[in-house]
Design a binder for this molecule. Structure first.
Ligand code: CP
Length: 305
């Protein structure tokens, strides 16, 4: 594989399948009593999160520890970033410690690309602005494959705030490469104007859910939007939220996904979030194995030598 993972658009279907197959092996390791392997002993990973995160940050850290790397969590609020140090100087400083990997989340789209071009380390995008969140898409694909055996030909609906969602963007790229049939459901204000060929758009939730195998709910990204995208959260839930009645419109064995964090009562009812068809916690668990696979396959800074 290449040095970095910054975008699903830059990896092939074969690479995606290799990551998912490798993640399956690591999933078996994680089921053992001793969940640690020496695979990346001696490698150093720096986790550089400029935006809040629960799932991505903790699962990267666990994945790194399970692979026996040395982990360094860079704390932005207590660093010289708050004194105005530039991103490039921060990265160069980290690089001077011999980091083999940099895992980065940033509110500005394109930052992981910029760092990848300016660092010998393997750079992994842990979410950049409204651009991409590649490891989330990979763990989602892994979860769908685990539940449904094959992704090709499945009817998959992404629901809600597509326009501001890096998760949606990476998932669209990933799931199309894997041969899924995609539908986007949401208010016209939250669906992008230009989309890859073959994607169906529904503004009516009941119509869009008819016959779907996978329902991927998305978080309303309040922090990335001004007012006026929809009248109120109550109205939003009424029109585009998922509840038990709506879930019954999809295929009987449909699964419900959400990348988290969830806004319960806005995108998803608690009944659905916690129902047997929900695989939301499986997504979280699978995040560790998938991130182990990505770290293992990228191999760290030796690739750049
Ligand atoms: N899915 C996701 O990126 O969650 P966090 O923001 O908690 O990492």
């Amino acid at each position: 594989m290449q040095k970095d993972l910054v975008s699903i658009s830059e990896i092939s279907k074969d690479d995606i399948e290799l990551i998912l197959d490798t993640a399956s092996s690591f999933r078996d390791v994680l089921r053992r009593d001793i969940k640690k392997v020496p695979t990346l002993r001696g490698k150093t990973v720096v986790n550089l999160f400029f935006e809040p995160s629960t799932r991505t940050r903790t699962s990267f850290e666990l994945a790194e520890k399970r692979l026996s790397t040395d982990v360094f969590n860079f704390s932005v609020p207590t660093s010289s970033v708050v004194k105005g140090e530039s991103l490039l100087d921060t990265v160069r400083t980290i690089q001077s410690y011999g980091a083999d990997y940099i895992v980065i989340r940033h509110s500005a789209s394109g930052v992981p690309h910029f760092i990848a071009q300016n660092s010998a380390a393997s750079v992994i995008n842990a979410g950049d602005g409204i651009n991409e969140h590649p490891t989330q898409a990979l763990l989602d694909a892994f979860t769908i494959r685990e539940q449904k055996k094959e992704i090709k030909g499945l009817e998959i609906a992404l629901v809600g705030d597509i326009v501001h969602s890096r998760v949606a963007r990476s998932n669209i790229l990933c799931l199309l490469k894997l041969g899924a049939n995609l539908r986007l459901i949401g208010p016209p204000t939250l669906i992008p104007n230009t989309l890859p060929k073959g994607i169906k758009v529904f503004y009516d939730m009941d119509e869009g859910l008819n016959g779907v195998d996978v329902i991927m709910m998305l978080r309303i990204q309040m922090e990335r939007m001004g007012k006026g995208f929809f009248p109120s959260t109550r109205e939003y839930f009424k029109l585009w939220g998922i509840n038990q009645e709506r879930l019954a419109i999809a295929c009987k064995d449909a699964i419900v996904m959400h990348p988290g964090p969830m806004n319960r009562g806005i995108e998803i009812s608690s009944e659905v979030a916690d129902c047997p068809q929900s695989v939301i916690l499986e997504q979280v668990t699978n995040g560790i194995a998938v991130r182990m696979a990505v770290l293992y396959l990228l191999g760290g800074s030796k690739n750049a030598e």
